[in-house]
Design a protein around this ligand. Structure first.
Ligand SMILES: [Zn+2]
Length: 224
């Protein structure tokens, strides 16, 4: 899939947007770059959910498909959101939240959330994703590349390992660039390899390219 990018070319110290491709010199710069890109595409004052304007200091970025189901940190999945709406929406998808808002009785709201959590748990166990189908593909685990020099995340995640041991798959996609270089989902990938999973669900960002520092510097100097 392609991530949403501004139409015009852009150059910053962390990323370059050139003719519809996002170049980044290190995967740890991906999140701050995406934050900046999202604000430049969607603004940062008007809340996506209640439509009101707020001071920038009171605004957050909300995952349309929440993190807990593997909603990626990409402009396509992020919207400017006020703190109150963000708190109310919690781990619902945007679609579920709009449904939730239309329910008037508190009791019905509570049941709605209960049902959601129940369905979600089942989907996770069955290896079905709530994310749009055309975002995800199955890729051989061994083809995903660690490109990074320093690996920050050392802590082992026992919960994730237990999930995989019990269910035989990982419940959310790993995020990679166009050349299958890892962007997000380090722990899941490590455990998937440990358990010899042949394939893993992957969100492949076709218009994102992680390049080495030297190539990035050349791009900064030469690019338009
Ligand atoms: Zn709001």
């Amino acid at each position: 899939m392609n991530i949403d990018l501004p139409r015009r070319n852009l150059k910053t110290k962390n990323f370059v947007v050139k003719e519809g491709t996002l170049y980044i010199s290190n995967r740890f710069f991906f999140k701050p770059s995406v934050q900046q890109l999202t604000y430049s595409i969607k603004g940062r004052r008007k809340c996506f959910y209640c439509g009101l304007d707020f001071p920038i200091s009171q605004m957050t970025l909300d995952h349309v498909y929440p993190k807990i189901i593997g909603g990626p940190y990409i402009p396509n999945n992020l919207v400017p959101c006020c703190q109150m709406c963000n708190g109310m929406k919690a781990d619902m998808t945007a679609g579920q939240y709009f449904q939730f808002k239309r329910i008037s009785k508190t009791e019905n709201k509570v049941n709605f959330v209960k049902d959601l959590n129940h369905t979600r748990e089942k989907l996770r166990k069955d290896g079905k994703s709530e994310l749009p189908k055309n975002w995800i593909e199955q890729i051989p685990t061994k083809e995903i590349r660690f490109h990074t020099i320093k690996i920050k995340e050392r802590a082992w995640n026992k919960k994730q390992e237990i999930f995989l041991a019990c269910n035989g798959h990982i419940p959310q996609p790993i995020v990679v660039d166009q050349e299958l270089k890892l962007i997000d989902g380090f722990h899941w990938l490590i455990i998937a390899r440990q358990y010899n999973l042949e394939t893993v669900p992957v969100i492949r960002l076709e218009n994102v390219k992680i390049i080495n520092k030297r190539s990035f510097e050349i791009l900064l100097l030469n690019g338009q």
